[in-house]
Design a protein around this ligand. Sequence first.
Ligand code: ADP
Ligand code: ASP
Ligand code: MG
Length: 430
Amino acid sequence: MTVTHHEEIPQLAADAAQRGRNLVVMKFGGTSVGDTGKIKDVARRLVEARETGHRVVAVLSAMGHTTDDLIRLAHEVSPHPHPREYDMLVSVGERISNALCAMAIHDLGQEAISLTGSQAGILTDTSHGKAKIVEVRAQRIHDALDDGKIVLVAGFQGVSSEHEVTTLGRGGSDATAVALAAALGGACEIFTDVEGVYTADPRLVADALKLPKVSYEEMLEMAATGARVMMARSIEIARRYGVPLHVRAAFADVEGTWIGEEDQLMLEKAIVSGVTHDTSEAKATVLGVPDRPGIAARVFRGLADAGVNVDMIVQNSSADGATDISFTLPKTDLPTAEAILERLREEIGARGIAYDPEVAKVSLVGAGMKSHPGVAADMFEALADAGINIEIISTSSIRVSCVVRAADVEKAVGAVHEKFRLFAEERVGA
Ligand code: ADP
Ligand code: ASP
Ligand code: MG
């Protein structure tokens, strides 16, 4: 198996800047293509862009909950679906929406062609279910654009160096769109079911505000801590290749959120940009292990080798020579982690292992934190005032995260949002 650590998109072809001048990559998410009526609306929007002189590349997600439905089918048939067949199955959703949209475009009098990830030249490593893009061979797309066609590329998928269909992980159509914009040299518009990136999930916090501008760095932290609106890896690609992103509403013609380099975007910056939450993780605690060298190494090597994605970790030396290690991990990795930890239990001398899926992570993100002390203290006070207990804390230079009870998540996000006055128009600023 070949595993890639970074998505590599080769330098632009010599003529890409010229060709990319009028080129726009327009990505539409699942809700925005949720039924055939919406697909026709998307078709109209693409035709409009074509008729105003753009070279148009569209990346459509699967319709509505299609991907979830396909994943459920796989698990109905098999508890551990074969990775190759899993990708053969779940990549199908995007093929349906893009083909339907191409049909609708033809009926509007424009030429269009839908391509699978493989046909579009999206080459990936061989890591099924979470493949990374290693190259974009865009000749076929260029040729179709030169012929005046609107090109629709099935998001979320590619073809591996072993000629197998791969998928890029949940939310992967964002990565497809950004990689194409990087490879083709065009602008990238992400059309979704909210009007942009907000100070908190607008579905959870009614007075969340749309942010006019967010830096790559902040968006990466927001995405990595649960702001579903952009896939984190797509932001890494955008940052590496300097692709400016515009996240905006699929069916309203309003300005959304621009994501780009910090210095290009912000003259005067708010200290914090947003509060995110994530309920997709669980907490595990290895209880009463001896306080001696090698225990953490053994535990986390075992988990890493099994592909378990550990996030926050806390451990503290204790006076009585025994210690607990707590960490968070995706709920979907729990069965794998349980098997590993039960196997290691005797070797590491653990008194027991506890699993707790009823947790949520609430994070505060903002580039201005670097130069403002007291942000973490304010966040902890907000949670304390709301009567919420903090179970784990972790920080980066622009983020503070707290694990709380899952039942408290809405209250916690609201309290932190309120404390930092993220609802106040004046803070969004320039
Ligand atoms: P798409 O299908 O277009 O890719 P997603 O469902 O992946 O859309 O992402 C959009 C959703 O992200 C929104 O409906 C919203 O509920 C959620 N979301 C979470 N946090 C934020 C945030 N800070 N700003 C905007 N949307 C957010
Ligand atoms: N359809 C895929 C998913 O639901 C990819 C995407 O929508 O971005 O994860
Ligand atoms: Mg998405």
